[in-house]
Design a protein around this ligand. Structure first.
Ligand code: EPZ
Length: 419
């Protein structure tokens, strides 16, 4: 079992290009099966979740090949509609294949998805949306058999009772295969949804409204494969910025848009960092210990992203002053807190609320990653801590961060992977 050894206390300095966005590329790869022919996805990060998605595409009959950061998908021979449980359990976003397969083949057979353990993660909104469009879905011992009804798939109004990212994406993909107009009311507004819309448009889909809470799809347009460049990963950007805030330093990130991270950047500014945003560039300078900031409440975009809660908490835990976090998106997303406590962090949890009291400096410790962002948060804390930390359970990091230790080393961090 490999692990990282991290010597804390080295300021981070320099420039880094941020990887392509995991949460964009996964639905985009699933969407690539909507049309026969060969398409190319650029800026595709090399992550275990992406490899799993490519395995699923191959298993369904597509050709999927990576060359550097480009992935070529040829969905001409797509012939199967069933995804085995072992692959479904690898990650949550496998559920997006439901909408894509339904649109292209009119049927899909898959299992309840896995993914990070963040508390209950139901898919009721996904299923309700697809049923509204005319899908018949039978659930049997975790298996979901989904096929278009005898009347076929028809565009309708879908009302989401909460702006679920995955349910919005599933509805967008299925709607591309429906006759007539679908409107998604209460849609998630995340930038990754806009990226998916842009990709679908490049395939010829008639879809608009992403980025607002009302998305309209004129279904039935003939789709063709496309060449598309995925947006930069705002959560990877948030992680590197929080690392520089924890360790102090001066970093410049290219490939990510500050506009997609306003809530996180504003917290870092309040904590005492200097932030500069340019086109496709975010720079952060941090000279001294971070200050406590007003309560951080996670919320759907454009609110503070739940995916950045752990990394910001890790940075503030080694600063000065108190900050309250309220995790509103997932029931159980404080898995990193026990590990931070091993480093001397003072954090009290009461249900969804975590009160962090900065202790000035954390101490190195032996740490275990608990989930994707939680594991990244422990690396952030270790980079700012006094002494050496070890971090195990790296499979979590590999799900979402490309070249993580190499990137940090290029900024001057002392981090190495040991077998
Ligand atoms: C996406 O997950 C992201 N994953 C998550 O990223 C992210 O944390 C989350 O959105 C919120 O921003 C991908 O894009 C692949 P949701 P998703 O459906 O789509 C409830 C990361 O670290 N809900 O918006 O699964 C749900 O339980 C991760 O990269 C229902 O109740 O999130 C949660 O409380 C992990 N019923 C809330 O909605 C449903 O049918 C938001 O979930 C669906 C969701």
């Amino acid at each position: 079992m490999s692990y990282y050894e991290i010597q804390g206390g080295r300021p981070l300095e320099g420039r880094l290009t941020v990887q392509g966005a995991k949460n964009s590329v996964l639905p985009i790869l699933a969407a690539a099966l909507l049309a026969p022919g060969e398409g190319v996805i650029e800026n595709c990060p090399d992550l275990s979740d992406v490899s799993t998605t490519l395995d699923i595409l191959r298993l369904l009959g597509c050709r999927a090949q990576r060359e550097g950061d480009k992935v070529t998908i040829d969905a001409t021979a797509l012939g199967r509609c069933a995804i085995p449980e072992s692959l479904m359990r690898e990650m949550r976003s496998s559920v997006i294949f439901l909408g894509a397969l339904l649109a292209r083949l009119g049927e899909a057979e898959l299992f309840y998805p896995g993914g990070c353990q963040l508390g209950p993660r139901p898919i009721d909104l996904h299923l309700a949306a697809l049923r509204t469009l005319g899908a018949e879905i039978l659930e049997d011992q975790g298996c979901l058999c989904c096929r278009r009804s005898r009347k076929g798939l028809r565009g309708r109004e879908i009302c989401l009772s909460m702006p679920s990212v995955g349910a919005t994406e599933n509805a967008m993909l299925a709607a591309c295969g429906c006759g007539g107009t679908t409107t998604i009311v209460g849609a998630a507004r995340e930038p990754e949804i806009v990226d998916l819309q842009n990709f679908l448009r490049s395939m010829g889909a008639r879809i608009q409204g992403a980025g607002s809470s009302l998305i309209t799809v004129e279904g039935g347009a003939p789709l063709h494969p496309a060449r598309y460049r995925v947006m930069g990963d705002r959560m990877a950007a948030a992680t590197y910025l929080c690392a520089a805030a924890a360790a102090t330093g001066d970093v410049e990130l290219t490939g990510a848009e500050g506009d997609t991270l306003t809530a996180v950047l504003s917290c870092l500014e309040q904590a005492g960092c200097e932030i500069h945003r340019g086109e496709n560039l975010i720079a952060l300078r941090c000279r001294g210990p971070l200050r406590g900031i007003p309560p951080v409440r996670t919320a759907p975009y454009p609110g503070f992203p739940t995916d950045a809660q752990a990394v910001l908490m890790a940075a503030l835990a080694g600063g000065e002053g108190s900050t309250m976090f309220v995790e509103n998106m997932f029931e159980s997303r404080y898995g990193h807190v026990d590990e931070l406590r091993r480093m001397g962090a003072e954090i009290q949890i009461d249900g969804r609320v975590a009160l962090v009291t900065g202790v000035g400096r954390l101490r190195g410790a032996a740490l275990r990653g608990t989930d994707l962002r939680g594991a990244a948060a422990l690396a952030v804390a270790a980079l700012g801590a006094e002494g050496v930390s070890t971090l195990s359970q790296l499979r979590h990091i590999r799900r979402g961060y490309e070249h993580f230790p190499e990137n940090l080393r290029s900024l001057g961090a002392e981090i190495r992977e040991l077998p």
